[in-house]
Design a protein around this ligand. Structure first.
Ligand SMILES: Nc1ncnc2c1ncn2[C@@H]1O[C@H](COP(=O)(O)OP(=O)(O)O)[C@@H](O)[C@H]1O
Ligand SMILES: [Mg+2]
Length: 197
C-alpha cells in the first residue's frame, strides 16, 4: 500500500506526519519511508533518531521524479510505503498520485490554507481516497471548529488532528512524542480503512 503525504505548501507538517506514520506503521508491518524531498529532512531524521520505533523503518531517498517512480515500483504489494514530498512541486505530486493507494494532506488551521489544500485535492485522481490531517492544531479554538465545518461541508474527510506540542516540534532533535504517536495512530487507522476501500 502506497501512502503519499502531500501538500503544495512547506511547513504544514508533511515531514512530521510522514515520520510519525512510519513509526506507527513500522510497529506492525514492513514499512518503507520514501523521501521524495531533495531536502531529505525525513531521511535525516531517521538517520539520527534513536527511537526504537523508527529502527524498523527502511528509508529510501528519491529526490527526483524518476527515482521516485523507481522506488515506488519496488514496493512489495503487502508492504507499506509512506512518501514524504517536496513543497511546490505539482508535477512530482501528480506523478506520485498516479501510484497512490491513499493520499494524506497535512494542513494547518486558517482561511488562507483552504485554497492551497483545494489545489492539492484537484491533483488527486478521482478513485484515490484522500483525507486531511490538521497538524499542530489548537483543537479548542473557534478557528479549528470553523475549519472542520468547512471541510465537512465540502465532503472532504478529516482523518485527524494532531495537537500542537513542544515535544512534537522537537522534531529530529528529540524523541518521538507519546502524545504524537497516539494521535497519528488514530490517523493511521483511518488511512488503512480508506486504503482497503
Ligand atoms: N503537532 C505539532 N506540534 C508542534 N509543532 C509541530 C507539529 N507538527 C509539526 N510541527 C512543526 O511544524 C514545522 C513544520 O513541520 P514539517 O513537518 O517540517 O512540515 P513540512 O514538511 O510540511 O515542511 C516543524 O518545525 C515541526 O516541528
Ligand atoms: Mg518537509
Amino acid at each position: 500500500m502506497i501512502v503519499i503525504v502531500a501538500a503544495l505548501k512547506g511547513g504544514v507538517g508533511k515531514t512530521t506526519t510522514t515520520v510519525y506514520l512510519s513509526a506507527v506503521s513500522g510497529a506492525r508491518r514492513a514499512t518503507t519511508l520514501v523521501d521524495a524531498d531533495p531536502q531529505a529532512s525525513a531521511a535525516d531524521w531517521l538517520e539520527h533518531a534513536a527511537d526504537e520505533q523508527l529502527e524498523r523503518v527502511t528509508v529510501v531517498e528519491a529526490p527526483t521524479e524518476r527515482l521516485l517512480v523507481k522506488a515506488l515500483a519496488k514496493i512489495a504489494p503487502d508492504d507499506i510505503a509512506i512518501i514524504d514530498t517536496p513543497p511546490g512541486q505539482e508535477r512530482v505530486l501528480s506523478t506520485a498520485f498516479r501510484h497512490a493507494d491513499v493520499v494524506v494532506v497535512p494542513t494547518r488551521v486558517g482561511g488562507v490554507e483552504t485554497p492551497r489544500v483545494e489545489a492539492v485535492l484537484d491533483l488527486v485522481p478521482a478513485k484515490v481516497p484522500v483525507g486531511l490531517v490538521f497538524s499542530s492544531a489548537r483543537t479548542f479554538t473557534n478557528d479549528y471548529q470553523d475549519a472542520r465545518a468547512v471541510w465537512a461541508e465540502a465532503g472532504v474527510p478529516v482523518w485527524g488532528a494532531v495537537p500542537e506540542r513542544v515535544t512534537i516540534a522537537a522534531g529530529p532533535g528529540g524523541w518521538l512524542s507519546a502524545d504524537g504517536l497516539d494521535s497519528y495512530r488514530s490517523v493511521w487507522r483511518r488511512i488503512l480503512r480508506a486504503g482497503r476501500g
